[in-house]
Write a protein that binds this ligand. Structure first.
Ligand SMILES: Nc1nc2c(ncn2[C@@H]2O[C@H](COP(=O)(O)OP(=O)(O)OP(=O)(O)O)[C@@H](O)[C@H]2O)c(=O)[nH]1
Ligand SMILES: [Mg+2]
Ligand SMILES: [Zn+2]
Length: 353
């Protein structure tokens, strides 16, 4: 097998035991994308690989377009779910209708996004399904939470230019939200040649059908990557009660203006609290912070901060890694060939690169 030196690249998709890595520089014959396993050494160390990770690929077979991930560069940021590394923008997408917008669910998505410490953009999709007054009421409501949301519709084209402009800036954006809200439809509208699979919502509650199955990165403009992701319905709350408050823009805004009397104030009506209780989401915040404190008190190691999204992350040494259903392993050559063949077919069927 003709092999060559190691190359650096970016993990753009993961499927069960394999990942697609886009190399920084093309190899012979312009080969840019490699189907990669991961080195046994890496697998044994328990190192998880996420879409968005920068990796070193070794053992490249340019003819077969294969390689093996040998090392993962330290990641700057990690979104817990969907697991995506090195994100610079989290785009939370919810539908204004079909499925109906649930403000509690939306808040959970926003908290997960805020826990990355990166920019958060809220998109209200399917704006064509509600009367304008109802759309305006939602915009006003989330504005009070601290979000200038973008109403969009793939049917009327509303908001698409604004969204395209924002997503064409350099960086890595991830689209996250419940199933069936129109995440993949939005990306198709922004870039029709993506041709991502979409499916209608179903049932009385007009729920999504979990059409998108894997996280995958696409380039909307040079240097501007965006990840589509599988929808899910109930994001876990970030785990640390002491850090929960600052994931609410309302709290951050209040604390910019004044300080609470006690530095460990939990903003639940304590004397001298600068945040106060006079904001719409305060009731949810107070309930969640109570839940998290109870959970922390029950935990084996009290005081050990578990960081954001504890249920979907696990701690390895001093780093957090997402729990994934399936991890990469190094299969036999025969099953590798079979799998590669299947992957190739899946790609054609799914119409995705
Ligand atoms: N009325 C209306 N329907 C839309 C709009 N955008 C998407 N849809 C419909 O919503 C349904 C779900 O769209 P998808 O793009 O598959 O949703 P998704 O968020 O990617 O769902 P998952 O992949 O399951 O997470 C499809 O039937 C789309 O045609 C919109 O702007 N208006
Ligand atoms: Mg989808
Ligand atoms: Zn306070």
């Amino acid at each position: 097998m003709p092999e060559s030196a190691a190359r650096q690249g970016l993990v753009v998709a993961l499927q069960a035991n394999y990942g697609w890595v886009e190399l920084d520089q093309s190899g012979p014959e312009g080969c840019r994308r490699l189907l990669c396993t991961r080195r046994t050494r890496l697998a044994k160390s328990g190192q998880i690989i996420c879409v968005g990770d920068r990796v070193r690929v070794e053992g490249i077979d340019w003819i077969a377009g294969r390689g093996a991930v040998a090392a993962v560069e330290p990641r700057s940021v990690l979104l817990a779910r969907p697991p995506v590394a090195n994100v610079s923008l989290v785009v939370v997408v919810v539908a204004l209708a079909e499925p109906a917008l649930d403000p509690l669910q939306l808040s959970r998505f926003l908290l997960t996004a805020e826990a990355t410490g990166q920019a958060v953009l809220l998109v209200l999709a399917k704006a064509d399904l509600l009367p304008e007054a109802a759309v305006a009421a939602w915009l006003e409501r989330v504005a009070a939470w601290g979000y200038r949301a973008v109403p969009v519709s793939t049917r009327t084209g509303r908001g698409l230019d604004a969204l395209r402009e924002r997503l064409s800036r350099p960086g890595l954006a991830v689209i996250s939200g419940p199933s069936g809200v129109g995440k993949s439809s939005l990306l198709n509208a922004l870039k029709p040649d993506l041709d991502l699979r979409v499916a209608s919502v179903s049932g009385r509650l007009q729920r999504g059908r979990h059409t998108t199955r894997h996280v995958e990165l696409f380039a909307l403009a040079p240097g501007a990557l965006v990840a589509d992701s599988p929808g899910f319905n109930r994001p876990e709350l970030p785990g640390d009660p002491a850090r929960l408050a600052r994931l609410f823009p309302e709290v951050r805004r209040a604390l910019e203006r004044a300080e609470c009397r006690f530095s460990n104030c939990l903003h639940r009506g304590e004397p001298g609290c600068a945040v106060g209780c006079d904001w719409e989401r305060h009731g949810w915040y107070a309930e969640w912070v109570g839940d998290l404190r109870e959970r922390a008190a029950r935990a084996d190691a009290p005081g050990v901060s578990q960081g954001p999204g504890e249920a979907s992350l696990r701690r390895r040494g001093d780093r957090l890694e997402p729990r994934l259903d399936q991890q990469w392993r190094q299969p036999s050559r025969r099953s590798q060939r079979q799998q590669a063949w299947r992957e190739g077919r899946d790609d054609q069927d799914g119409g995705q690169p």
